[in-house]
Design a protein around this ligand. Structure first.
Ligand code: KIV
Ligand code: ZN
Length: 523
């Protein structure tokens, strides 16, 4: 790699890199990734929304399904250039040109193998025959279409003098984009950078075309090699969402795009991608083909912005830049996620409790943290509901607790009786009537606690399935200028509602107590 350039040194405006998405062609042709034409259309809409420059929709000569997909996409998608792949054969080219008829901005992508291995064993052709085939096809296609991309399959394993000869001839014949594929993921960053530098410097007509890199991931180098190709002068990268593609896949779009964005000053290059659409687009593809990405996948994996170790969480709470080089929101995640588990420290637990409305003093936090650690011995991840259960068991910082309740709904009015233990451990019992069981219940709770809550919303839903199912009630209330939320969970939804009401009331009382002691301290 070249020595890193600092942003202060970088004066030139970034080069605009075209993003050529081949999810629907190279990605789709790999095992387990096939899509129907309507699914391809759904994906093409998402790719257009994402802002890719070129969508390769398929290989029309290979199947009726690819022809249908191209027709569907061509009729609807207007922004990006739409490309189809074709061998250097007249029949393939004719089929591709027909398939492209509906496209507003069509591109024909023709390819032929150029490496000695492919020439000898796959094509059984000489250098001259391969060169003639490329030139004839491009000349033929040029009579019908202007935007022609030419690919030298297995280009990175091709003798360099022959690669230069074919590329020069392709430009002369009318190709407008020259793509050098690393078909088997064999090259290295150093090597591919040199290949592009020399092509661009030495091939006649190189200044008239856009050079493109198409890297496969057999050695896990597809993104690094594509970045090196850009350093060598490539101005188009071919990639797929989630890196799907033949064998180990292609260069992952989300990774190369974010590498160029985050290290913009280093590469002096950027794309036109609408990055907050990266995660939704990745998730759409995962659902469409039923192939989830691994949790630790860069940018779009579930763990990409999750922090569990105590040291990392502590750092993150002080400054997110300590352990994050990009903002989750910038790639389409709602926010960073602090996963509470065995490795979490006191600071992260305290922060999560505060977010749930629990403000603990040092001694209380010590107790709850010990219980949290004990819980982590039994389960891998501790959720908000677990923390709330811990707080309930710990007496929720001395609030009201439900001892018993009865609700009856006979006749005109419903009535409810609640028995609570108050913060000092005394029993209080009240009965009230209301327009329905919940109304009566809330009135009885208000009478027993002396807290009046103006309900903003009340929701009950079921959590879990079968015999494990629980009712969860969520309340939000307005008190003065503040809004408070409470949750209660029980097998009985009326009891869950009572617990949610008390959750809010206790929070309010704790807040009042905290404000009162702060006032005393400053008086
Ligand atoms: O990997 C490859 O060589 C290809 C070409 C057909 C562009 O996908
Ligand atoms: Zn490929």
């Amino acid at each position: 790699m070249n020595a890193p350039r600092s942003s202060a040194q970088s004066q030139v405006s970034p080069a605009r890199i075209r993003v050529f998405d081949t999810t629907l062609r190279d990605g789709e042709q790999s095992p387990g990734c096939s899509m129907t034409p309507p699914q391809k259309l759904v994906m093409a809409r998402a790719l257009a929304e994402l802002g890719v420059d070129i969508i390769e929709t398929g290989f029309p000569a290979s199947s009726q399904s690819d022809r249908e997909a191209m027709a569907l996409i061509g009729r609807e998608i207007r922004g990006p250039v739409l490309a189809v792949l074709s061998r250097c054969l007249r029949a393939d080219i004719d089929t591709s040109l027909r398939a492209l008829e509906a496209a507003a901005r069509p591109r024909l992508h023709v390819f032929v193998s150029t490496s000695p291995l492919h020439r000898e064993h796959k094509l059984r052709m000489s250098r001259q025959q391969v060169l003639d085939m490329a030139v004839e096809s491009i000349r033929y296609a040029k009579q019908h279409i202007d935007d022609i991309e030419f690919s030298t399959e297995d280009g990175t394993r091709t003798e360099e003098d022959f690669l230069h000869e074919v590329v020069a001839a392709a430009i002369e014949a009318g190709a407008t984009t020259i793509n050098i594929p690393d078909t088997v993921g064999f090259t290295t960053p150093e090597e591919i950078r040199g290949i592009f530098q020399r092509l661009i410097a030495q091939v006649p007509g190189a200044d008239r075309v856009v050079f493109s890199a198409h890297c496969h991931d057999d050695l896990g180098l597809a993104v690094a090699n594509s970045l090196a190709a850009i350093e060598g002068g490539a101005r188009q990268v071919e990639c797929t969402i989630n890196g799907i593609g033949e064998r180990a896949g292609n260069c992952a779009l989300e990774e190369i795009v974010m590498a160029l964005k985050v290290r913009n000053a280093f590469f002096e290059a950027d794309t036109g991608i609408n990055t907050p659409r990266l995660v939704p687009t990745s998730q759409l593809l995962q659902r469409l083909i039923g192939m989830p990405v691994q949790r630790n996948k860069a940018v779009v994996g579930a763990n990409a912005f999750a922090h569990e170790s105590g040291i990392h969480q502590h750092g993150m709470l002080r400054h997110r830049g300590t352990y994050e080089i990009m903002r989750p929101e910038d790639v389409g995640w709602p926010s960073s996620q602090m996963v509470l588990g065995r490795h979490s420290g006191r600071a992260a637990v305290e922060q999560r409790l505060r977010a749930l409305g629990y403000y603990l003093d040092e001694r209380e936090l010590e107790l709850v943290f010990a219980q949290f650690k004990a819980l982590c011995e039994q389960q891998r991840v501790v959720t908000d509901a677990d923390l709330q259960a811990l707080m309930q068991d710990a007496g929720e910082g001395e609030g009201y607790r439900l001892a018993s309740m009865t609700v009856s709904d006979r006749g005109q009015r419903a009535s409810a009786t609640v028995e609570l233990s108050d913060p000092e451990g005394r029993r209080v019992s009240e009965t009230a009537e209301g327009d329905g069981p919940v109304d009566a219940l809330f009135a009885a709770l208000a009478a027993a606690t002396g807290v009046q809550l103006a309900l903003e919303s009340y929701r009950v839903h079921s959590v879990g399935l079968g015999t494990d199912a629980r009712g969860e009630a969520n309340l939000s209330v307005r008190h003065g200028d503040d809004e408070y939320e409470g949750t209660g969970m029980s097998r009985d939804i009326i009891e869950a509602s009572a617990l949610a009401w008390l959750d809010v009331a206790n929070r309010l009382l704790r807040q009042r107590r905290a404000a009162a002691s702060e006032q005393l301290a400053t008086a």
